[in-house]
Write a new protein. Sequence first.
Length: 397
Amino acid sequence: MTLSESSSFDLAIQALDSFQIEVPSWGFANTGTRFGKFVQAAAASTIEEKFADAAEVNRLTGVTPTVALHVLWDLPNGVDDVPEVALLERRFGIRAGSINPNLFQDQEYKFGSLCNPSSEIRQKAMSHVLDSIEIAKRLGSRDLSLWLADGSNYPGTQSIRKRIGWLEGALREAHDHLLPDQRLLIEYKPFEPAFYHTDIADWGMSSHLARQAGPQARVLVDTGHHYSSQNIEQIVAWLLHTGLLGGFHFNDRRYADDDLTLGSIDPYQIFRIFHELHTAQSEGLPHAVAFMIDQSHNLKGKIEATVQTVVTAQELWLKAALVDRDQLAVYQESCDLVAAEELFRGAFWRDVRPLAAAWRQHRGLPADPLAALKASGYVERMGAERGGRTTTVNSYA
Ligand code: RM4
Ligand code: MN
Ligand code: MN
């Protein structure tokens, strides 16, 4: 190893040691599009199976110790289901991660949840949020991750401003119920299922709501929740600057909220986002930023795609870690545009797979997690065990 190779290796070890990402329970279940589901024999349909799959991903990659839970799908009886989840945590060595209230599936939510014109329905939504916070407390989960489908389809049919007021009140109330080390993450999305206005449509709205809710509220950036060509790394830089970045839902997209595999369409974008995070870290910005996957694989095998996602995320994280930020700052200062751009792009083009494999070996993990998954026969085994079932699982679409 040359000196520069060995210093890259040290940097790589540091960068990968600091990287963890949360997998979504719903990523292991059958999901579909609004046109239907293509069911997979190995798909998980119980919370136990979701924990088993999450544990398999963690066994192969070593960096996914937590699984995000969707309350309605995973804890349909609310807090009463906590003991079962706690048992599964111990059995599979996987902890419950962010808790996601579900405010979009019940019939009452047709015209909104926390923003519904009916105070009764708003209260029902609020009590689900408070139950979700209670679940998070009992499971020792730090983050309550809130996404609302609220909005309207036709101009003039709803008072946008009244709905802002209801939302402000609700999020303040939710914040009041957090333990000191818990956080309220507020996710935004420009459209779908509402197509005229969405109550929390962008990072400006999430930022405002987070600020007014209280000091433990933050913004959640789902990479798929932006209009085409939006500069997401700039949004990330602003959220870092204002101290409001709480976490990410990672996925890739070609058109809208496609929930495709991270980095499959535009890996450079994730690299650019990671560069902002590494820069902030190197400047000592004190920040807990949760990395979560929010994907739905209808065509690819779910566990396979999840392992592929984790590996891709690690590679892009590592590429961004290897940007020579001191030298970049010099080029930026002197406006040496081409040199700056080449340095930046150069890190992106670097093949870091051997470094990632070396890190895995160093940690006693399989050097190639995808190959190890294949060799293990796990997916086939699960397909044989789970394939005969007739039960349908609660998930979207
Ligand atoms: C939404 C949003 C939420 C996720 C649901 C299933 O589009 O991304 O984070 O919980 O989908
Ligand atoms: Mn999301
Ligand atoms: Mn989404």
